[in-house]
Design a protein around this ligand. Structure first.
Ligand code: NDP
Length: 251
């Protein structure tokens, strides 16, 4: 009975940047709770492969930095196929360089991909959700929503902004029946941080620094996503759930 609170049967869930890594794991996990995943990406071959792995679901091709294309694809899907009831703003990139040498172009690309997309895709989907008086938005932040690390200051700025944009979405849209929250992952060995996972010194540092003593597994983000996508979180608004093995809880 209580488990019904977490049931996502028949709900369409758009996950941006879901051709691999955390996005793909979340799409698969939400599908496991009954949702119909809508995969998103910008490369048709990667999309086809991800869709093959998931088995069932829809595909929405757009680059999250192309705001007009994103909005058009979302409006067309809503008009022709069905309601997007869950949105996971997951697409994101990383770029590492000492702050004094950080290329301006990379800074702009980080802002566009990690923050502006959350605003534009979020707004495009929320307009339909507001009309229906219900919806779930989950923004993917990071440990860097709260803490900095050398060489990734702009990424840190974007993820801090995602946490505050999440609060802003809640402030504006909770009254319309939407729950807007975020998940802040710790360290997960995906392509985004392949440089780090290939470095034994980093892993040794991470295992010491993280109370849980290890890297996270992408499947370990699914529980928080199901909670935030489901009726179980009907009065939760503007929160970030840190799934990080305790790294932000300790010095
Ligand atoms: P990956 O690099 O493994 O995957 C990123 C996904 O986003 C890919 O599917 C990529 O597709 C897609 N993507 C990137 N840019 C765009 C774009 N402009 N339009 C559409 N899709 C795009 O990264 P992760 O899975 O590790 O990261 C996912 C999210 O989680 C990011 O927001 C990241 O910041 C966050 N995060 C990750 C952590 C980790 O430890 N891995 C920790 C904390 C947060 P394509 O192949 O086309 O590039």
């Amino acid at each position: 009975m209580t488990l019904k609170l977490f049931d996502l049967s028949g709900r369409r869930a758009l996950v941006t940047g879901s051709t691999r890594g955390i996005g793909l794991a979340l799409a698969r996990g939400l599908a496991g709770a009954g949702a119909l995943p809508i995969l998103n990406g910008r490369d048709p071959d990667k999309m086809a492969e991800a869709n093959r792995q998931i088995g069932a679901g829809d595909v929405l091709m757009f680059d999250v930095t192309d705001h007009e294309a994103a909005r058009a694809a979302i409006d067309r899907y809503e008009a022709e196929i069905g309601a997007i009831e869950i949105l996971v703003n997951n697409a994101g990139i990383q770029y590492r360089a000492p702050l004094e040498d950080f290329p301006a172009e990379a800074f702009e690309r980080l802002l566009q991909t990690n923050v502006a997309s959350v605003f534009h895709v979020g707004q495009a989907v929320a307009r339909h959700m507001i009309r229906r008086g219900r919806g779930k938005i989950i923004n993917i932040g990071s440990v860097q929503s709260a803490l900095a690390r050398p060489s990734i200051a702009p990424y840190t700025a974007t993820k801090g902004a995602v946490a505050n944009l999440t609060k802003g979405m809640a402030a504006d849209w909770a009254r319309h029946g939407l729950q807007c929250n975020g998940i802040a992952p710790g360290y997960f060995a995906t392509e985004l941080n392949a440089t780090l996972s290939a470095d034994p010194d980093f892993t040794a540092w991470l295992e010491k620094r993280t109370p849980a003593g290890r890297w996270g597994r992408v499947e370990e983000l699914v529980g928080a996503a199901i909670f935030l996508a489901s009726d179980a979180s009907s009065f939760v608004n503007g929160q970030m759930i840190y799934v990080d093995g305790g790294i932000t809880a300790s010095v």
